[in-house]
Design a protein around this ligand. Structure first.
Ligand code: ZN
Length: 55
């Protein structure tokens, strides 16, 4: 079994980011699409970069 990898959503408009850490390998539809709480723009899903893993 492969452990689910954390990822983040990045708003292309205001730069707001949201870190997502899946608790299991069963993903919800909401794990793939998210809306920025600040400007209501559809956020882009991004894998965590090297710097993100340091924190
Ligand atoms: Zn935004």
């Amino acid at each position: 079994m492969i452990a689910p990898q954390p990822f983040k959503f990045v708003c292309p408009k205001c730069g707001h980011t949201k870190l997502v850490k899946p608790k299991s390998d069963v993903l919800n539809p909401t794990d793939f699409i998210d809306i920025c709480p600040k400007c209501k723009t559809k956020m882009d899903k991004r894998p965590l970069g090297f710097l993100d893993k340091l924190f």
